[in-house]
Design a protein around this ligand. Structure first.
Ligand SMILES: C[S@@+](CC[C@H](N)C(=O)[O-])C[C@H]1O[C@@H](n2cnc3c(N)ncnc32)[C@H](O)[C@@H]1O
Length: 487
């Protein structure tokens, strides 16, 4: 075997080698870490186990799927690529992308070259001749998804496939795939939970949770008890969730009605709106408050409650449970989010996670970003309960900014009016509505790989808004950007 490539940065030693007489050999060496291999264990049985696991994880329906065939394909592909011009680039696949990311075309030269930078946190640039091991550079991929070193590589080619953009922080892996456009990798650091910026005042204290709105006497699962406990008080004495872990149909419908139907929308208007004013250029004054949409809250059981972590009234706080994928949208909206499997109406997708900043801080950041034309995600104002207490000052009102630190929620694109997600405010740690979690739930059954969207509530004609509205490509027949009237 003359040409040998090894991905030996990985705990497993993975070698692929070819000889002059067109033989290709893949070898995988694994450290058995003290386990002895008995005669009773057969390689065939292990293969079948892994194949079943792959079918389940990657939802492979093809009954012919076999790892041996897959390895054979890799060898064939390796040989074909190698028989081109001497400096032809050969693909290196360290992990097989799921079927949804694979190209079915016969011509293997058109097949995607997936560059894996996920689990191993390394990328192998493809502009190296695989025959020469010395030429292979493993570019460090640490912290944010994009590093300077990677930029050159990534700007040149797609598709790209990353196993897990969460760096193992979520209980499910969230892959990223670019099959169609030449867009840059997002530059941010994945965080699972909101992080408070220095100036944001959030007080979580046991004293704030009174015995009245906490179920300290409950044990196990509150949803199994005959009567709803104190934690259901916020939702009129009924739990918001079903025993299957879905948001109840009536709750979803009520949320949709409150955001979509003009007659059901409840706005709070303040006289001099600190939120609107802080968004204006200094010196200018807005004439009237644009209104704050009041919404239905969910209250989950919290740390002072006696029930278990598996209680059915703790959905959002358990984090993401469904398989999601970040993908490059073909319509030119940048990255978007989609579920790998079909989902039922009322399924919790994820929270919108970011840096918790004051309205004042957000204003300062946006001014700086606009000055240098820097990209930012759409910020979320935590104003769902605006006006029920005293009006907060700019230095007190809170927002979520997911531009530099955020979770997968930052990839959900906007759709006017008929989006398939609704955002619901959720009390998790504190009854103080000054700070809450914003959770996304599906408003109808969703097909596997259908893009997930929410209505940002943007008015595209709003000249006062500090963030320049994008040209909407949502494709909805009710698109507000195209000024079509709602029927
Ligand atoms: C919260 S981010 C969503 C993720 C974003 N697409 C990305 O690549 O990171 C919001 C930004 O996505 C883009 N976007 C979202 N919805 C869009 C739409 N309907 N049409 C065009 N661009 C959209 C806009 O650039 C917007 O500022």
């Amino acid at each position: 075997m003359e040409n040998r490539v090894a991905a030996n940065s990985h705990p497993l030693q993975f070698d692929i080698a070819s000889s002059a007489n067109k033989e290709v050999k893949i070898s995988l060496t694994c450290n058995s870490a003290g386990h002895s291999i008995s005669q009773r264990q057969t390689f065939g049985a292990a293969l079948r186990e892994v194949e079943n696991e792959c079918r389940r994880i990657y939802t492979i329906e093809d009954s012919d799927f076999s790892l041996t065939k897959l390895m054979n394909k890799v060898c064939e592909y390796f040989l074909k690529m190698d028989s081109g011009p001497s400096n032809k680039i050969a693909p290196i696949i360290l992990d097989t992308p799921p079927k949804s990311c694979q190209n079915d075309v016969e011509d293997t030269s058109l097949q995607p070259n997936y560059q894996n930078v996920g689990v191993k946190d390394h990328i192998i640039p493809q502009d190296v001749n695989v025959a020469s091991k010395e030429n292979i550079k493993l570019l460090e991929f640490s912290g944010s998804l994009k590093s300077r070193n990677m930029e050159a590589v990534l700007q040149k080619r797609y598709p790209i496939y990353l196993n897990d953009i969460t760096r193992g922080q979520e209980s499910v892996e969230i892959s990223l795939v670019n099959e169609c456009s030449n867009i840059e990798l997002p530059d941010f650091l994945y965080i699972k939970n909101n992080l408070a910026h220095d100036d944001a005042q959030i007080v979580f204290s046991l004293a704030r949770i009174s015995d009245r709105n906490c179920c300290s006497q409950c044990r196990g699962d509150c949803l199994s008890s005959a009567l709803p406990c104190a934690c259901a008080a916020e939702t009129q004495g009924e739990f918001a969730y079903t025993r299957e872990g879905l948001l109840k149909e009536e709750f979803v419908d009520e949320c949709i009605a409150m955001t979509r139907e003009p007659q059901r929308k409840h706005f709070y208007y303040c006289e001099i709106c600190p939120l609107q004013n802080s968004m204006l250029q200094k010196g200018k004054k807005i004439k009237r408050c644009e209104g704050h949409l009041t919404r239905k809250f969910i209250k989950e059981c919290w740390f002072k409650c006696g029930c278990s972590k598996h209680c059915g009234n703790r959905i959002v706080q358990r984090g993401i449970q469904v398989a999601l994928q970040v993908f490059a949208t073909p319509e030119g909206k940048g990255w978007g989010l989609r579920p790998v499997n079909a989902l039922k109406k009322g399924t919790f997708i994820c929270e919108y996670v970011g840096e918790i900043v004051t309205n004042q801080e957000l204003y300062d950041r946006n001014k700086e970003r606009n000055a240098v034309n820097e990209k930012h995600t759409y910020p979320v104002l935590l104003d769902a309960d605006w006006g029920s207490e005293r009006i907060l000052k700019d230095e007190e009102a809170l927002c979520l900014d997911a531009t530099e630190f955020g979770n997968v929620g930052r990839f959900i694109n906007h759709r006017c009016y008929d989006a398939n997600l609704v955002e619901v405010p959720v009390e998790v740690e504190t009854p103080d509505h000054h700070y809450y979690h914003l959770a996304f739930f599906t408003v109808r059954d969703i097909e596997a790989m259908e893009e997930l969207t929410w209505d940002y509530g943007i008015e595209f004609g709003d000249k006062h808004h500090p963030i320049k509205a994008f040209k909407c490509k949502c494709g909805s027949k009710y698109c507000r950007s195209n000024r079509k009237k709602l029927s």
